[in-house]
Design a protein around this ligand. Structure first.
Ligand SMILES: *Cc1c(COP(=O)(O)O)cnc(C)c1O
Length: 379
């Protein structure tokens, strides 16, 4: 089945009791049993819920995996992965990670004697140098946030498997429409469903997709034992969002391209970070592992003046100044004061995250209106 058909049909069967085409919201915590232990696969909604089951199947199909697992947030999903580990284990991770993931690793799990090593991963030799006999997971985010670096998933996968290490990929920015890490060698794909999969900025949720049966059982055990599961109403909203994922992504990519081109030629702009440019340092890898380049774009200003960046952000009329991304509406963000404020300034500048950097999540509005909005704010 092709992607658009899967987005609409995968995991979603007409409801067996009524024939309802849309998966009902099974707003129930428990299920009646005619005789003790005699049930229809549902005992208690932390363990299983039919609305969540439908969403988990849909996500597994979209990522070309066999099993999906949903969590109450993206960080809840990553938390479940790290719970596979024990004290003394080590993780090698991308160095410009989503800030919340960095915080979870360094502020929570470091206390439990799990070691985290960070590297840019632009050179895979970097990863190999950090592998020890205790390395259990390599954690990759690509494209990265907010610098839009691209990491070669296939190459990292080869190193991971040579050493018997699990490869996990945060696929939030790309979505399964643009990139399928399992096909490139990943063992676990993670999503902040809050972003493009939900797509309407009305749900916070996370998900994992895996291919291996034992890995699914281990993660499902953690999902049920730790209990960070999403409710059925939220699962329903995401099932609805996914039905238009391919349509939304097409427009996000189309608008992203037009806006990246517009910004590139603007006299006030220093750099535009978008993997679709031939001049992007890993454009060839992006072209090989992604179907298109997405709607996330960052740019910096000539002179790198923070006050000018603020003025631009205050003058948008269509772009909303807000954290998060991936919704139908366009958002703008100032990483140095908003999403990446917890990263020290020297560390930020090392990766190019300067004070005038603005990150855009380009929505699915009419591109002309978005460009007019940018033109006005920049003037
Ligand atoms: C938002 C985000 C997360 C965290 O997900 P939540 O749903 O906010 O917990 C993780 N990774 C990336 C790339 C994100 O953008």
């Amino acid at each position: 089945m092709k992607f658009g058909t899967k987005a609409i049909h995968a995991g979603v069967e007409p409801d067996p009791s009524t024939g309802a085409i849309m998966t009902p919201i099974y707003q129930t915590s428990t299920y009646a049993q005619p005789s003790p232990g005699d049930h229809k696969g549902y005992e208690y909604s932390r363990s299983h819920n039919p609305t969540r089951d439908a969403l988990q199947k849909s996500l597994a199909a979209l990522e070309n995996g066999n099993y999906g697992l949903c969590f109450s947030s993206g960080l809840g999903a990553i938390d479940a992965i790290i719970k596979l580990l024990k004290p003394g284990d080590e993780v090698i991770a991308t160095n410009d990670l989503y800030g919340g993931t960095y915080r979870l690793f360094t502020k929570i799990y470091s206390k439990y004697d799990i070691k985290f090593h960070f590297t840019s991963m632009r050179d895979v030799q970097d990863i190999e140098d950090k592998v020890t006999e205790n390395t259990k997971i390599i954690w990759v985010e690509t494209p990265t946030n907010p610098m839009m670096n691209i990491i070669d998933i296939k190459k990292v996968g080869e190193i991971a498997h040579k050493h018997n290490i699990l490869l996990g990929v945060d696929n939030t920015f790309a979505t399964p429409y643009l990139q399928n890490p399992i096909d490139l060698g990943a063992d676990i794909v993670m999503h902040s469903v809050t972003k493009y999969l939900g797509g309407h900025s009305d749900v916070v949720m996370g998900a994992l997709v895996v291919k291996d049966k034992q890995l699914n059982e281990d993660l499902a055990f953690i999902q049920n034992s730790s209990g960070a599961i999403p409710g059925p109403q939220d699962c329903f909203l995401v099932l609805r969002g996914i039905k238009t994922l391919h349509l939304r992504m097409q427009r996000h990519c189309e608008n992203g391209r037009k806006i990246a081109e517009f910004l590139k030629d603007h006299p006030k702009i220093e750099n535009v970070y978008w993997p679709g440019f031939e001049t992007h340092p890993n454009h060839e890898v992006a072209k090989a592992q992604m179907n298109d380049f997405g709607g996330m774009i960052s740019f910096s200003l000539k002179g790198d003046n923070k006050a000018d960046a603020f003025k631009i952000l205050e003058n948008f009329k269509v772009f909303a100044l807000a954290e998060s991304l991936g919704g139908v509406e366009s958002l703008a963000n100032h990483p140095a004061t908003m999403t990446h404020a917890s990263v020290p300034k020297e560390e930020r500048e090392k990766i190019g995250l300067v004070d005038s950097l603005i990150r855009l999540s380009v929505g699915v509005e009419d591109a002309e209106d978005l460009i007019n909005d940018l033109q006005f704010a920049l003037s």
